[in-house]
Design a protein. Sequence first.
Length: 267
Amino acid sequence: MKVCIIGCGYVGRAAALKWKAEGHEVTVTTRSLEKAYQLRPIADLVYILNDDWRELIKDQDVILLSVAPDNSSDYLQTYLGSAEMLVKALRPCHGQQIIYTGSTSIYGDHQGEWVDEQSKPKPHNSQAEILLATEKTLLKAAKDHKICLFRLGEIYGPGRSIANRVEKMQGKQIPGTGENYTNLVHLEEIMRAIDLAMKNSLQGVYNLCNDIHIKRKALYQSICEQNAWPFVQWNSCNTQTLHGGNKRVTNTKLKSVGWEPLNIQNW
């Protein structure tokens, strides 16, 4: 199978390694010639992106759009710009599958209540608004193509541990009460979901979180205790938390099509 990965960061790189090992013909993309040399070992073809993606995607069976900005100011071009470029390049009635990794941040704040794919999005900032607009742009192609949108929770895994983040906060004061629920997803769980989507031609919107919804304060305290670090301190007078919105994101829909969370607690 021919697969194309647009955005070869943490998730995209893992997908490339997995698919190449399975014998698929893997194309990855970058805008940097320097990075192109770094990506050669994990793909059959490294494509330098330009302003016309038709040549890139014309023969691909599956396209994984897994982009991430270098900084917050790049959100518009990285997410919405990429989605617009992709939809523009798709050929009508070609039936390609598009798998997109988005974010549960589009839900915003629901006062700790459960949310599912039918819950009304409440973007709490411009970045979340861009992510929601990106979804809507991709869904415009759903008539002729198999569009699968994953709304990812907070990602952790090898090389991206939550403990490393907490280590930088130990003993320091951060905004919020810490009483907001976490919605987490391990890299291996993401890979399983993407694999399921590809093998079963999944379509539609799916939340991608595991079953662990520990409150952030308790999570950070547990990590500090395990490492004998001073506890993270919370400033309840400052409600501008690092993770906007309090909600618990259900994964029931994704489970119903065969995905199972691993609930890995190796923070």
